[in-house]
Design a protein around this ligand. Structure first.
Ligand code: 13P
Ligand code: SF4
Length: 321
């Protein structure tokens, strides 16, 4: 085993620390998380898994809102992030003051914040959701006659409107990675590979989503690839997920969806620059220096916990309804 990896595993064991990673980080980081007793998952499962651990600290290989979410749900643990500059364009698009004003100007609407938001923004929400739970939540609220204020992803907002026909007012944010996916390039790929399934993350623009055979979160894609019969899968999300998809379904042919460039000339460049900041060197440095701890005011933790807990309880609630 690589000496750096051994060193990281040893440091984590001594410090009673677990590494939790998102599927978009590089393969080395994902393997380290799994081989050291940590976890790799989507933004929902990262939070759920962390809450079940009894360890003293958690090191997050992902982006800032993911580490904050884990801290909100684990206020008694020390939560560190591999690189504190790893942010997200959706989180950046939705500042607390502007969003508060938006909510105040629309007091008749139920506020749903996508999980890709800061801890402070979450305190303003009635609900926090991940993409895996968004459609069912909005159906549920729509049935109750509620009007929705959705933030920050405008593309996911359009998709949710199309799916549920709910009255949804959207914030104007986008993921820079998914926004660069090109419908024309994907349509060409479908023409060349007519038997391929098409997996699209709901952060993609609507014209891309409308080409999908599966619209789902990263975890939905992981679950579905083993179940579907298609041998070829066109994958329209951050290319980081391909490592895990290939690992669990090596018999499938994964085709990366084209992104960026005029006429989709950039094939498969879709990768989050902030996820890329999670390196083995920085993991070791963080374990040695512990200088990127997530610290949140008690009041923020308390107020952000409520809409997050509602999401974690959503299956119970919707089932009972
Ligand atoms: P998932 O919840 O599907 O993991 O998505 C998180 C994310 O940031 C996608 O860009
Ligand atoms: Fe944010 Fe997009 Fe990166 Fe996900 S891929 S963390 S939504 S910028």
């Amino acid at each position: 085993m690589n000496i750096q990896i051994e060193n990281a595993i040893d440091l984590m064991a001594k410090q009673d620390c677990k590494l939790v990673s998102h599927y978009y980080t590089n393969p080395l980081v994902q393997d380290l998380a799994e081989n050291s007793g940590g976890f790799v998952g989507d933004s929902l499962d990262m939070a759920i898994w962390s809450r079940k651990q009894s360890c003293q600290s958690i090191l997050v290989a992902g982006v800032y809102f993911m580490a904050e979410t884990i801290k909100i749900l684990n206020p008694d643990k020390h939560v560190y992030i591999v690189d504190e500059n790893a942010t997200c364009s959706l989180d950046l698009s939705c500042g607390y003051d502007d969003f508060m004003l938006f909510c105040q100007n629309n007091p008749d609407r139920t506020v749903i914040a996508y999980i890709n938001t800061s801890a402070k923004v979450k305190t303003l929400a009635d609900w926090v959701v991940t993409s895996r739970k968004a459609v069912e939540l909005i159906y549920y609220l729509e049935c109750k006659g509620e009007k929705i204020l959705w933030a920050p992803d405008k593309h996911m907002g359009s998709y949710l409107k199309q799916e549920t026909k709910a009255d949804i007012l959207c914030w104007d944010g986008a993921c820079i990675v998914h926004e660069s996916l090109k419908a024309k390039g994907i349509a060409n790929l479908i023409e060349k590979n007519p038997d391929a399934a098409v997996f699209v993350h709901p952060e993609a623009p609507l014209e891309v989503i409308n080409l999908a055979t599966l619209v789902g979160s990263t975890k939905d894609m992981i679950d579905q690839i083993q179940k579907i019969k298609n041998k070829q899968i066109i994958v329209a999300t951050d290319r980081g997920i391909i490592y895990k998809l290939t690992k669990i379904a090596p018999e499938k042919e994964i085709i990366e969806a084209p992104s960026g460039g005029t006429g989709a000339t950039c094939v498969a460049c879709a990768h989050c620059p902030w996820m890329e900041m999670n390196t083995l060197d920085k993991i070791i440095s963080q374990l040695n220096h512990k200088n990127s701890e997530i610290l949140l005011d008690e009041e923020i933790i308390y107020k952000a916990q409520r809409p997050l807990e509602k999401m974690l309880n959503i299956d119970n609630l919707i089932y009972r309804y």
